[in-house]
Design a protein around this ligand. Structure first.
Ligand code: FAD
Length: 384
């Protein structure tokens, strides 16, 4: 019979959120006395995703970034711009580098233990984490396992699904000084589709297509969009495909934190860290991690840390989702108006949910026929 092992904190899932939280605790002198267990069914290695995010100044993962840029391109059939970022840098981090770096910190730490085990059930009231091999107990459990049986039917929900290629050309075709943030010049096919491009050298780049819709492509579908995009907008010269990545990110105003219960709190995608209107999550995971650590140090309720996902920016996100999905306003037009009329740093700050009222106003008045008011009345009812 297996005995229950006790810890001060248990973290379920060693992905972006679990590893960020575990390493932040390991590196905090105030939390050195906390015995922490990090659990995952596998130990991540290799590159299973590439994160892009923007940051004001230096950041925690600057030493392991693949690349960063101070300029971005925006393209559509309405407008083409090369925009300089003033406060922000646009950063690219490959997950293999993140996993190696964070797992290294955990290996070296005295208070965080990593265990491979599959979580079968979490008893939120008892703080009991039942796994395939062992049962663990704690007064504080953080989980990045998405709760079972979520009913999204009363909420806005759209998948962001995408496919990408790391390509290498024989000749120099990329502007290494600028990443392509969004390029809407591809066939929209009644969806919201854009390509983005992250140059690693003048010959190498990650080129991805992202689609906001609930009908996914086959891998061949993404591949044929990428092939045409490269031919039409990058170069007709020969190139090789070094790696491919495909993925899905849920974009929804569903209040994931309502599943927090008793001793259990959710983090990462499972905790509502994905920005509903854009699918960006990596920076929000870092911001949430910082808030959780502050709560742990000051012994305040972890509930306080979820404030960063709520408030008026959740309402804006819901309106944006509604405008794109329910009112079927063309995404290329909405974003073109934004990028044509608004400072790019203000747009990025808004997408981060970090604008002042003045910044919000600049965003709202940018699109020519911004159906914000209509959207606002429609979305207020599902917000809880
Ligand atoms: C391909 C891809 C690219 C993305 N790119 C970006 C980007 O450029 N910028 C951005 O901001 N966001 C991006 N995202 C969104 C988001 O940042 C990532 O999904 C991020 O990895 C979410 O972190 P997480 O910890 O919530 O989930 P994950 O990183 O998926 O980690 C969850 C962990 O929980 C473990 N787990 C699940 N169930 C169990 C169980 N029963 N027992 C034990 N362990 C379990 C899993 O094995 C996994 O390791 C991307 C997402 C994907 C899928």
């Amino acid at each position: 019979m297996s005995t229950e092992q006790k810890y001060d904190i248990i973290i379920v899932g060693a992905g972006a959120a679990g590893l960020s939280l575990a390493t932040s605790i390991a590196e905090s002198s105030e939390l050195k006395d906390k015995r922490v267990l990090l659990l995952d069914q596998t130990k991540k290695s290799g590159n299973d995703r590439t994160w892009c995010f923007w940051e004001d100044g230096t950041g925690r993962y600057d030493d392991i970034l693949t690349q960063s840029w101070k300029n971005v391109y925006f393209h559509s059939n309405y407008v083409s711009r090369r925009l300089g970022l003033s406060t922000y840098s646009y950063k690219m981090l490959r997950s293999n580098d993140f996993y190696e770096y964070t797992l290294g910190i955990i290996d070296a730490s005295d208070n965080v233990t990593f265990a491979i085990d599959r979580v079968i059930d979490i008893d939120a009231q008892q703080g009991k984490v039942v796994c395939k091999d062992h049962t663990y107990v704690s007064d504080l459990v953080f989980s990045s396992k998405i709760p079972d049986a979520i009913d999204f039917s009363n909420y806005l929900y759209t998948d962001q699904h995408f496919g990408g290629w790391f390509v290498e050309f024989d000749n120099e075709v990329f502007d290494l000084e600028a990443a392509t943030f969004m390029d809407f010049r591809i066939d929209q096919d009644n969806e919201h589709r854009f390509c983005y491009m992250l140059p690693l050298s003048a010959r190498k780049a990650l080129v991805e297509v992202a689609v906001f819709s609930n009908s996914h492509q086959t891998k061949e579908g993404y591949d044929s969009i990428l092939k045409k995009y490269i031919k039409d907008y990058i170069s007709t010269a020969p190139y090789s495909i070094e790696e491919r990545e495909y993925g899905v990110i849920p974009m929804t105003n569903y209040p994931f934190w309502n599943h927090n219960n008793g001793k259990l709190y959710h983090i990462g995608t499972a905790g509502g860290a994905v920005k509903p209107s854009s699918g960006f999550a990596f920076r929000r995971i870092q911001q949430h991690t910082d808030e959780i650590v502050k709560c742990l140090i000051s012994k305040r309720s972890i509930n306080n840390s979820y404030k960063i996902f709520r408030g008026r920016h959740l309402l804006y996100d819901s309106i944006m989702l509604h405008v794109l999905e329910e009112q079927k306003i063309p995404g290329d037009k909405v974003f073109s108006d934004l990028f044509e009329k608004t400072d790019v740093d203000v747009i990025l700050r808004f997408l981060d949910g970090d604008t002042s009222w003045n910044g919000d106003l600049q965003i709202m008045k940018a699109p020519a026929k911004w159906p914000f008011i209509k959207g606002m009345f429609k979305v207020i009812s599902p917000l809880k």
